[in-house]
Design a protein around this ligand. Structure first.
Ligand code: PEP
Ligand code: MG
Length: 597
């Protein structure tokens, strides 16, 4: 135990800075990625009501699961419902319920904490089972406990924004959906032990423009709630127990950054055109339709990527309905203006969101995710396509939305998806429901296999969107969210650069439009290479648009092409980094200074 009165020396911890900006504030420790499990010591007289709270939640969970079983049987067939039936059995298990109630009584604990404790113990027992099938049932325990905790948090007892008001959240990890719910007017940043630059939690931080550091390893064991700390989301530095000099330094830095932001807003109307006169489209990546006011703020050329799966996190009861989706897409279409928006169909699975009724997989990044899941559950896909086609309709006959298929690995997936889209269109005509005709269907190139067959995909797709995040992960076999291998996750690896060149050549040869929507499009040095390889359409975290606009205006495309040619001849990531560091000053690094004046 540390002595609370002892004065600590300043301590610096280095992690991965994933969203620029300095935050100075008190720490708020959270115990789980969902941000819902805090440990409370309840007064004796509150114990019985806490037990009633737990029992009520079990009832609600049972009702939810029973309804989900009915829906699942109708939408996906009887065989899919067996997983949820197992969940129901767990919820009805009196033994487990009693253990949780005893824990609340004996430890004066809140229900969330008791569920976490009892289920972790159960999971340890499951892990020791030798039978593969039975051992895998541990995932049902995880699922059921998460459902209970989700419902408990829905009682609004523990609202993270409220509890961490004005504070920096410190957690082992945060789910992307939890990061998505943070209110940047209240929470001023977060630091996690786990994570990487391109994980969805990091992407969410950038979307919200919330300073954040991930991969800070054991930060949770070094900080206590209430202590003052500083995070620098640009360098990835976390300062614990800062000295008065350090506090002054970062306070001034924060002020300078705020000034820069004001200049960026002022310059938002300047055209994104290179010195030699080539226009570069700068579009926004959006996760939540509420973020859309970002357009006005950064003057984006429409939405290059709408990650629709985040709608799923906002729906209170499973998948969003056709009407809920229609309203979201309609809003997106209206707000995006003439440049329109690209709606990527649900990229569920992977490190994002787990779809109810499907098992948690051992290797979700390579599992039943994205287009694979949409084709395996066509009822869900059809509903989404209906909503998109309806929302894309516009009086001038020009569809305001495009459809983008994620994680495509072979041409058959595109063909099957197109068949479903055509069938949905026919249904809408028959039902006399207004909708847009000829909505363009694009393919994400984010898997090595798709790179190699890019030319054949180009003949059947209306446009390409290059997902450099998954592509880097796939090319290098490095988990994009794993801090242990984060130094190996490198979009400047020669293999990744050559893959990008290959896609760019295929797009130019076949005349198909190509947009880059991975995180490379927000990184100045990497953008120089993208432009040099022929890309003129970039989609990025909205808050990066001002910086990339400044860069575009400062460089010569002809020079970027030379740099890209030279970089492509290098053979190690280290050589590419060293080369770019050398070249940046002549390539318009002054762009950083141009915004200051
Ligand atoms: C990508 O993989 O580069 C991409 C843009 O998609 P996501 O980050 O949502 O996986
Ligand atoms: Mg991806």
């Amino acid at each position: 135990m540390r002595n609370p009165r002892k004065k600590h020396d300043e301590l610096r911890v280095e992690g991965i800075g994933v969203c620029q900006g300095v935050s100075i504030g008190r720490a708020f420790l959270v115990d789980d990625p969902q941000g819902r499990i805090v440990r409370l010591f309840l007064p004796h007289e509150q114990i019985e009501s806490e037990i009633r709270r737990f029992r009520a939640v079990v009832q609600v969970a049972q009702r939810q699961v029973e309804e989900a079983i009915d829906r699942m049987r109708t939408a996906l067939g009887a065989d899919r419902a067996y997983i949820l039936e197992a969940h129901l059995l767990l919820l009805q298990d009196r033994g487990i319920g009693k253990q949780i109630e005893d824990f609340i009584r004996e430890n004066n604990a809140n229900a969330e904490w008791a569920i976490k404790d009892v289920t972790s113990h159960l999971l340890e027992l499951y892990a020791r089972i030798t039978d593969d099938y039975l051992r895998e049932r541990g995932s049902d325990v995880v699922d059921v406990s998460q459902r209970l905790i989700k419902i408990l948090s829905g009682t609004k007892n523990y609202d993270l924004n409220e509890m961490a008001d004005g504070a920096i959240i410190i957690a082992d990890d945060l789910l992307p959906s939890v990061a998505a719910d943070l209110d940047p007017h209240r929470v001023i940043g977060f630091v996690t032990n786990a994570g990487g630059w391109a994980s969805h939690t990091s992407i969410m931080a950038r979307s919200l423009n919330l300073p954040a550091v991930v991969g800070a390893r054991n930060i949770t064991s070094m900080v206590r709630s209430g202590e003052t700390l500083i995070i620098d989301g640009t360098t990835g530095t976390v300062v614990l127990h800062p000295s008065p000099e350090t506090l002054l330094f970062y306070t001034e830095l924060r002020e300078r950054q705020q000034q820069q932001y004001i200049h960026d807003i002022r310059d938002r109307e300047l055209p994104a055109v290179t010195r030699d006169g080539i226009e570069i489209k700068l579009r926004a990546n959006i996760e939540l339709v509420e973020e859309i006011d970002i357009f006005q703020r950064f003057n984006a050329a429409g939405v290059g990527l709408y990650r629709s799966e985040f709608l799923y996190t906002q729906a209170t009861d499973g998948l969003p309905t056709e009407q809920q989706q229609f309203e979201a897409y309609r809003f997106l279409a209206e707000m995006s203006g003439r440049d329109g928006a690209v709606v990527r169909t649900f990229d569920l699975g992977g490190d994002k969101l787990h779809l109810e009724g499907y098992e948690i997989e051992r290797n979700p990044a390579l599992g039943l995710r994205a287009i694979r899941l949409s084709l395996a559950a066509p009822a869900i896909f059809r509903t989404q396509i209906r909503a998109i086609l309806r929302a894309a309709a516009h009086d001038d006959g020009w569809p305001r939305l495009k459809i983008l298929l994620p994680f495509v690995t072979n041409l058959d997936e595109v063909r099957q998806a197109r068949e479903i889209i055509t069938r949905v269109e026919r249904e809408l005509i028959e039902e006399g429901i207004p909708h847009a005709a000829k909505v363009p269907v694009g393919v994400m190139i984010e898997v090595p296999a798709a790179v190699l067959i890019a030319e054949s995909l180009a003949r059947e797709a209306d446009f390409f969107s290059l997902g450099t995040n998954d592509l880097t992960q796939g090319m290098l076999a490095v988990d994009r969210g794993n801090e242990n291998v984060s130094s190996l996750y490198d979009p400047l690896h020669p293999a990744v650069l050559r893959a990008i060149r290959w896609v760019s050549d295929a797009a130019i040869k076949t005349g198909i439009p190509l947009n880059v929507c991975g995180e490379m499009a927000s990184n100045p040095a990497q953008v120089i290479l993208l432009l040099g390889m022929g890309m003129t359409d970039l989609s990025m975290t909205p808050s990066s648009i001002p910086m990339i606009r400044r860069l575009v205006r400062a460089i010569d495309l002809a020079k970027a092409q030379q740099v890209a040619e030279e970089a492509l001849r290098l053979t190690t990531p280290r050589e590419v980094h060293a080369f770019l560091t050398k070249k940046m000053p002549e390539m318009g690094e002054q762009f950083l200074a141009t915004g200051q004046g």
